[in-house]
Design a protein around this ligand. Structure first.
Ligand SMILES: NC(=O)c1ccc[n+]([C@@H]2O[C@H](COP(=O)([O-])OP(=O)(O)OC[C@H]3O[C@@H](n4cnc5c(N)ncnc54)[C@H](OP(=O)(O)O)[C@@H]3O)[C@@H](O)[C@H]2O)c1
Length: 287
């Protein structure tokens, strides 16, 4: 059986990623005594990376670890560079198997989305720039790679509690008003569905850049209302606002989202429907 090493395995996407038919070594920056086949790995520490890769000798790396706080990256660009770019280089310097990078629609400027794999990149914030630079390092330093660009990764009810969708459910359940932007467009990817796609691309031995998100381009307000409706919560508590009103440190690409024609054409992988994903997530939560 091939061995897969996953970085950032304790994150939102990592906790849904259970690759069938592989021996998996999960890693993240903190200790986790509850997990088997788990190792601590700070990707920004090249010595630690070298040591672990030399001892585990994985065939495949699924690289999820990143500094994902978009405003945090804007305020701490050196740290974002160290984790998102240099961390990727550190892995590639000591590995020559198949490398799978999860990247983002934030490599685009959001003027004219949704975007295909051929569209011109033009990041407008530090997070997007570091993800693009990491993509560049993968192309330069690996000869067997997949870059999977995705967007608005969400889950509800997992161990990872910092997600947008969890927050929406929690606030509405407690009858609290929330303000959500109605001018940022994406096709959100459910962690469970995205994990299935990552597994399929590895099994197909895909190579190159692939975009994946759901079949529905929604603005964030519409997405929150959809969650409220499926969870039978009061959507009148959700107030639509504009991105400008939030006055955040990092600029946001507004008209984003990812076209999925290539992954459909090459592998017959079809995008999921967001309302069905939310229904399924709700069933998982209740069980
Ligand atoms: N979330 C989205 O909407 C989205 C959209 C497009 C692409 N992506 C990409 O998808 C991937 C997974 O995203 P996610 O939502 O699962 O992110 P996440 O929840 O923030 O998970 C990332 C994990 O990496 C860990 N990490 C941070 N610095 C590290 C380091 N130096 N060494 C090792 N691990 C480190 C984080 O730990 P801490 O939590 O302790 O920092 C966290 O457990 C990321 O590469 C992200 O850029 C995400």
């Amino acid at each position: 059986m091939k061995k897969v090493l996953v970085t950032g395995a304790l994150g939102q996407l990592g906790e849904s990623l259970h690759l069938k038919g592989y021996v998996t070594i999960e890693t993240d920056i903190i200790h986790d005594e509850t997990k088997k086949n788990y190792a601590i790995l700070d990707i920004s520490n090249e010595e630690q990376v070298k040591h672990l890769l030399d001892s585990e000798k994985p065939d495949i790396i699924v690289h999820l670890a990143a500094m994902t706080n978009v405003d945090g990256c804007e305020l701490n660009p050196d740290q974002a560079q160290m984790i998102n770019v240099q961390g990727t280089v550190n892995l590639l310097n000591h590995f020559d198997g198949k490398f799978v990078l999860i990247s983002s629609d934030y490599v685009f400027d959001g003027e004219d989305g949704p975007y295909s794999e051929e569209d011109e990149v033009n990041p407008i914030n530090i997070y997007g720039q570091t993800k693009l630079d990491a993509e560049g390092k993968v192309r330069e330093l690996s000869n067997n790679w997949i870059i999977i660009r995705t967007n608005v990764v969400w889950n509800i009810g997992g161990d990872y509690k910092a997600s947008f969708a969890d927050w929406v459910v929690e606030e509405l359940k407690n009858n609290r008003k929330i303000r959500i932007v109605e001018d940022q467009w994406n096709n959100p990817a459910w962690t469970v569905d995205l994990s299935r796609v990552i597994e399929q691309l590895i099994q197909f031995d895909a190579k190159g850049v692939y975009h994946y998100g759901s079949a529905d381009i929604l603005n964030r307000y519409e997405f929150a209302c959809l969650i409220a409706n499926v969870y039978e919560l009061n959507d009148s508590l959700i107030e639509p606002i504009t991105t400008k009103e939030l006055n955040q440190p990092a600029k946001r690409p507004l008209k984003c989202g990812l076209k999925t024609d290539k992954i459909k054409k090459d592998f017959n992988i079809l995008p999921s429907k967001t309302h069905l994903d939310i229904k399924e997530a709700k069933m998982h939560t209740i069980q």
